[in-house]
Design a binder for this molecule. Sequence first.
Ligand code: GDP
Length: 254
Amino acid sequence: MRPMAECAALFRPTRLSAPGGGEDREIFPHRAIDPDLVEVGRRLFARETRFVAGVAEASMLPPDGLPEIAFAGRSNVGKSSLLNALTGRRGLARTSKTPGRTRQLNFFDLDARLMLVDLPGYGYAEAPKSEVRRWTALLRRYLQTRAGLRRVCLLVDARHGIKDTDSPLIDMLDQSGVSYQIVLTKTDKVGAGQLAMIAERTVAELARHPAAHPEIHLTSALERRGVAALRATLGSFALAAMAPSTVAAPSRPR
Ligand code: GDP
């Protein structure tokens, strides 16, 4: 719980957009996003992000406490670009990409309000089996034991949708019961018709997975599309962790 003044600073409603003002096509199935929540997300992600730890073994996990959001996806899916777009900083994803850190869980503290966790990209055909086994065990342990973990954003290339290489992680997420949400990346690379088709197919596929969030985010780091909506979704977790009596919270995390 945070002091009242701090909560009020994060949530000071300033309507920048009309209800449903332009953000609604950044979530599928389309719906209007509470503009107050968009503002909460914007303010939150304008704050400082600090690298906390690169973790290669479970014993090294940083203290659990903040609401935590993890980002996962096949290598090259656009995870670094989206993290940079979300936080407005190039340095964050560069830290995760430095040699030695690419197979670690990299933890970033967003102004003591949210922990962002960059999970290693998967799908490298050439990765040694022992390496894959090691990080799979680490990831499973993390997913099963991390109390603060609120959501895993599973990034999927909008051109292809969910692929076989995503299945092991999806199975692990279903087994651990962690709420996860698909975030389509690189939507600028597909036309509106194809995007709608892939989005519909993805949502239909998710219906079979109990831990999957029924909505997906549509993003393009290149065009900054969907960034405000994703910030709003993630901001709701920071807001939910704050003193409930101090804010007329716009809506509960969805
Ligand atoms: P990561 O390996 O998942 O961290 O992926 P990167 O963020 O490094 O991106 C992989 C490649 O995809 C790079 O060449 C990026 O420039 C490109 N990329 C990332 N996001 C986008 C996007 O939104 N649109 C387009 N067109 N390209 C992107």
